[in-house]
Design a binder for this molecule. Structure first.
Ligand code: SF4
Length: 333
């Protein structure tokens, strides 16, 4: 049984210009112990999809799905209170900016104790012991001083560790990390990612890691979903997808990674022409059409997400390993 299974999740927002579809037929299956990455540009729908799964989007939105289950329990048919209780015990999320996630008006001790109260740890001594243990688990020292501190008195790296400690308070089965290292410097970024993956392994959790960073996802995940304009355009095992991308957009993302820092001043990083379209004015047919180097007349028909030899690709003309080798030979000749 999967830990989390989502089929055909759609999210529409009401706006003055009518309904806007921000996420279209999103599918994901998270097994126990798996590390799943979601990559895409800002506005691609990656964070929205997980927020909708957790029931954290309400205003002006219409959310629908064919299937949404957590530990085999159907979230679509249960009442709001039961769903909230189940989701908040099994799933936790860490956001990208700890500065805006922590409340600047309260000490770290107060914020952590309140979280534990909300998760049903009722005795004061149990809460105090658990708070200290959680801060220790995320690698913080001088715990007494941290507990008395307000968020602004800690470094961003320390704040993010506190956020991770708060996310672990309910002993979740699934941890969602939404760009957890965006506001951190390079050395803190690697420390926080190593900490996260170690904690996920030690506690037998599963991880959904949302990021713009292909290198990070390649290293830390075993399944990958690529999104563009609210659609999944490619998904499958991370290694397969990176070794043999089937979608021109995934291929372009990979091509844009520098192979060596020395290359940067001399060569221009290859990119797709144009920019991501607004959700209000999506192209007819394939959303990548106007930017795609392989587009042809057939691409005015919306492509479906279909399985190729190793994973799923939304393209009428998925690339294969031979195309990629030829492309490499052409670009180096
Ligand atoms: S369907 Fe056509 S336009 Fe879309 S990615 Fe494939 S080749 Fe490019």
């Amino acid at each position: 049984m999967s830990l989390l299974q989502v089929e055909n999740l759609c999210i529409d927002f009401e706006s003055s210009g009518g309904l806007v579809r921000a996420v279209e037929n999103f599918n994901i299956r998270i097994d126990h112990g798996s590390f799943h990455g979601i990559i895409g540009e800002s506005g691609a729908g990656k964070s929205l999809a997980v927020l909708a799964i957790m029931g954290l989007i309400k205003e002006n939105s219409i959310i629908s799905a064919d299937h949404l289950s957590l530990e085999g329990q159907d979230l679509l048919t249960m009442n709001e209170n039961t769903r909230r209780k189940l989701v908040y015990q099994a799933m936790s999320i860490i956001f990208q900016e700890p500065q805006t996630s922590l409340n600047p008006c309260f000490t770290i001790a107060f914020q952590m104790i309140e979280t534990l109260k909300a998760h049903g740890i009722h005795t004061s001594s149990q809460r105090k012991t658990k708070v200290r243990q959680l801060l220790k688990d995320v690698g913080l020292n001088n715990i007494q001083s941290i507990l008395k501190s307000y968020p602004h008195q800690l470094t961003t790296g320390m704040q993010q560790r506190v956020m991770i400690a708060i996310a672990l308070a309910c002993d979740p089965l699934l941890l969602i990390a939404d760009e957890p290292t965006t506001s951190l410097d390079m050395s803190e970024k690697f420390q926080i990612m190593d900490l996260l993956t170690t904690l996920v392994e030690q506690r037998n959790m599963s991880l959904i890691l949302i990021s713009h960073d292909f290198t990070l996802l390649a290293e830390k995940t075993d399944q990958l979903t690529v999104m563009y304009c609210g659609q999944i355009i490619e998904s499958g095992p991370t290694k397969e997808l990176i070794n043999s991308p089937g979608h021109p957009y995934t291929n372009a993302l990979l091509q844009s990674l520098p192979t060596s820092w020395n290359d940067l001043p001399k060569s221009q990083v290859p990119t797709l022409k144009g920019s991501t379209p607004s959700l209000y004015h999506l192209p007819v047919g394939c959303y990548l059409g106007p930017r795609c180097p392989q587009a042809s007349a057939k691409c005015v028909v919306p492509p479906k997400l279909q399985r190729n030899s190793t994973h799923h690709v939304r393209c009428h003309f998925p690339m294969n390993r031979d195309d990629l080798l030829t492309e490499k030979l052409v670009s180096t000749s």
